[in-house]
Design a protein. Sequence first.
Length: 183
Amino acid sequence: MIYNVQTQVLIGTVLGGSSLLKPPKGINYYLSMRGQDKNWILYKMSEMSDIFKDLKFHKYGTTYRCNSSCNSMVTEIYYKLYKDGKRKINMEILNVLTDASIAMWFLDSGSKTGRNNKNAYINTTKFGEDGSNIIKQYFCEIGMKCNINHDGIRLKVLFSVEGTEMLFKTIAHRFPLFMCHRL
């Protein structure tokens, strides 16, 4: 598979919490996204124009929801990111990530914390303790020092100040202008 920008945005979006689903009688999977920021949803839809032919979404209360078309590329990504119906993570997946996918992942499930918000983090609860350790290993290997933070039952990969600086040097240029406040 060719991992172009659209594919990278899709992978980062799924790592960040969106889901890949298949209709009961369908052959291919589709992407289901939701969020409270309409501009963010529209941005990602436009970045994945091969699977979002129309920029249509629905609003339920304060949440926007949209589904892509069913697509063989989405199906191929499903089999790389899921096992037995659950999201999985491994070095094979992480090693194909680019600045675009890491930016989507951070913007969907990360933020900053610590004194003066100098530490970035990415929520990794959905990957469990083992998955969080794999993610930590990956980021440390590419020079973004981090640790696992336990916040009750929630898990986060928490970057050091230096790791945060390296993370943002790598992904900041992929942020749309309206998301630059997240830096």
